[in-house]
Design a protein around this ligand. Structure first.
Ligand code: MG
Length: 266
């Protein structure tokens, strides 16, 4: 009788533990992208985001004008920009991820193929000024080569200058951003590099830890706001992957735990 009671009690306890685990998973990951809501709202609705883009492109223009005034530079000038969250706004895709509970790369190609990403505030005006100043604009992106036509059409529709195959550099299996930057640097004086991800400036940040990314940012402090112009992106980036220790195989529950474990509280 005693053994039977013990068996029933153990079974009940195990059932309750399993139930608790399932409930925990449901609570944390009912919508695995819920955590992105404030980041996307900040990007889409905070006038501060718009102000930061204006501020950044205004400052870029000042730097570019200073560079133009330097008559010792004989090479043709170029400004290198990233595309996503630097000159084109993909926040509607991020919003779709939240509301449909999907994650990148789900439907990313479909979104890009629509060619409906808006220009970010101040981007077209600044790059037109660059092109009108007889400098070249190079768009270096990690969008895949198969999105070339859609991307080019999207840029053109938004009024971006020099949105042609010569100036649009897409990711392929055998290329990366550093390779393209070096290619441009062979023939041009690169006045500015603009991007929302530190890998848009140099490859020393590629797939690095939070600590290394921060140390290397400290080492390069004199480049920021001078030759490296950083755009805000609260929604995604290599910084997020660094939180996950660059592990792409984590479950949503594990990622949720790692995000919380990285918060610094008093
Ligand atoms: Mg980007």
């Amino acid at each position: 009788m005693k053994k039977l009671f013990l068996l029933i009690a153990t079974t009940a306890l195990l059932a309750s533990c399993t139930h608790t685990t399932v409930e925990k998973e449901k609570t944390c990951c009912k919508n695995s992208n819920e955590f992105m809501t404030m980041a996307v709202l900040y990007h889409q609705k905070a006038a501060e985001t718009k102000a930061i883009y204006y501020q950044t492109f205004n400052w870029a223009k000042t730097l570019f004008e200073n560079d133009l005034a330097d008559k010792s530079i004989k090479q043709k000038r170029a400004v290198v920009v990233d595309i996503d969250e630097t000159v084109l706004d993909n926040s509607p895709y991020e919003a779709k991820c939240i509301l449909s509970n999907i994650s990148y790369p789900d439907q990313w190609n479909e979104w890009c193929s629509l060619g409906k990403a808006d220009a970010l505030p101040g981007a077209v005006e600044f790059l037109k000024f660059v092109a009108d100043s007889k400098a070249d604009v190079f768009y270096i992106t990690n969008r895949s080569e198969k999105l070339r036509e859609a991307t080019r059409n999207n840029l053109k529709a938004q009024g971006f200058p020099q949105a042609d195959d010569q100036h649009l550099m897409m990711k392929t299996d055998s290329t990366n951003k550093e390779l393209y930057r070096n290619f441009v640097a062979k023939s041009y004086h690169i006045c500015l590099l603009m991007g929302d991800n530190l890998s848009d400036f140099t490859n020393v940040f590629d797939k690095r830890s939070i600590e290394t990314r921060n140390h290397r940012t400290d080492s390069l402090r004199n480049e920021f706001g001078r030759r490296f112009i950083v755009m805000p992106n609260t929604m995604y980036g290599d910084w997020e992957m660094a939180v996950y220790l660059n592990n792409t195989k984590l479950s949503e529950h594990e990622k949720d735990s790692m995000r919380k474990a990285n918060l610094v509280q008093y």
